[in-house]
Design a protein. Structure first.
Length: 343
């Protein structure tokens, strides 16, 4: 199966050598991924960044690929044609993908509508009313569970410099919500005999569901290996297979269309039953209480206890008697402690 997959990828790669303007969609048919460029503002302001969504609608039964396609497939290849001075960020912002296993091969895909976000930088000094033609040639692979087809599209957008007022606010709110948020704390992973355990700091109050880790690149985790997740206080423990070298980075899905951008460094991951922290302090406290109880039934302590009982029984005595009792109590304590140390 893997040999067949490699042969298919070679054929697709050769097809992609065709110029971007070539129509690689099935003859007489529309592309299986309907795409449209949608600007956050139809009248971007000079000197500011502009976000453009590649709004994509897969045909029923077909799927597109994430930035890392997994065991099979290809990530889309983009080529921008922009006005002088306008630049595009090298990487897209990708929404949280889903998993699809076909013949034992793990694929990171989109089967429902999705919208990667691109960032363009508009230069300062452009006068209002200046036209900004934006062109994007995109080559990609689109598949069903049984076949794959290489396709290409030429997308265009004509903008005009203006005041930067939002034009598609509700759509961008929805699309941005699906973009993984950066985790503000570093994760840690440990590999033992091929088993990789990653500890991700996350407050215990944070609810998660359908958790999965999507690596940004190869050689981090075994794509098709099972992933199990356990909650241990203020951290999530994800167990899978892999043999990475150095940092690993990717998206941790924590719910439907919700994810965190995670970077994990190699280190030591304490198991959930590790008692070296607060549990050790609790055990020490319990030991101290038990030691105190044992001490109070030792013969050497009986005279001290009797003196204390006598003192409590005379709680109504005058001040002079109270002082005598206190001095006697102190003297008895010192003498008995000294005697115990000599035994």
């Amino acid at each position: 199966m893997r040999a067949l997959c490699c042969a298919l990828m070679t054929i697709v790669a050769s097809l992609w050598a065709v110029p971007a303007s070539a129509d690689l969609a099935p003859a007489g048919g529309a592309p299986h991924l309907a795409m449209q460029l949608v600007p956050e503002s139809d009248s971007p302001r000079a000197g500011q960044a502009l976000t453009i969504a590649i709004a994509t609608q897969p045909e029923k039964g077909w799927h597109g690929y994430w930035r890392n396609p997994g065991d099979a497939g290809f990530a889309p290849a983009l080529q921008w044609t922009l006005p002088k001075g306008v630049t595009a960020a090298p990487d897209l912002q990708w929404p949280v993908p889903s998993t699809l296993v076909v013949a034992g091969l793990m694929n990171y895909v989109y089967e429902a509508p999705y919208a990667p976000l691109a960032t363009l930088r508009v230069p300062a000094g452009l006068a209002k009313g200046t036209r900004l033609p934006v062109r994007l040639a995109i080559n990609y692979l689109v598949c069903t569970d049984t076949i794959c087809v290489p396709e290409a599209q030429a997308l265009s957008l004509d903008l005009t410099i203006g005041d930067g007022a939002p034009s598609h606010g509700a759509d961008f709110d929805r699309w941005r919500a699906a973009i993984p948020k950066p985790l503000d704390a570093a994760a840690t992973y440990q590999v033992t005999d091929g088993k990789l355990v990653m500890a991700v700091p996350l407050p215990a109050a944070a609810k998660v569901s359908d958790v999965a880790f999507f690596p940004y690149g190869p050689d981090m985790v075994t794509y098709a290996a099972a992933q199990s997740v356990t909650r241990d206080g203020d951290r999530l423990l994800l167990t899978t297979e892999g043999a990475p070298k150095g940092e690993i980075a990717g998206v941790l899905r924590i719910g439907r269309d919700l994810g965190l951008s995670v970077t994990a460094k190699p280190g030591t991951v304490a198991s959930p039953d590790d008692r070296s922290g607060w549990m050790a302090a609790l055990l020490a406290f319990a030991g101290a209480v038990l030691g105190g109880l044992i001490l109070n039934v030792m013969p050497c302590v009986f005279p001290i206890l009797s003196l204390k009982a006598l003192h409590l029984a005379r709680g109504g005595s005058d001040e002079r008697a109270a002082r005598i009792d206190a001095l006697g109590y102190m003297l008895g304590t010192v003498l008995m402690t000294r005697a115990s140390s000599c035994c």
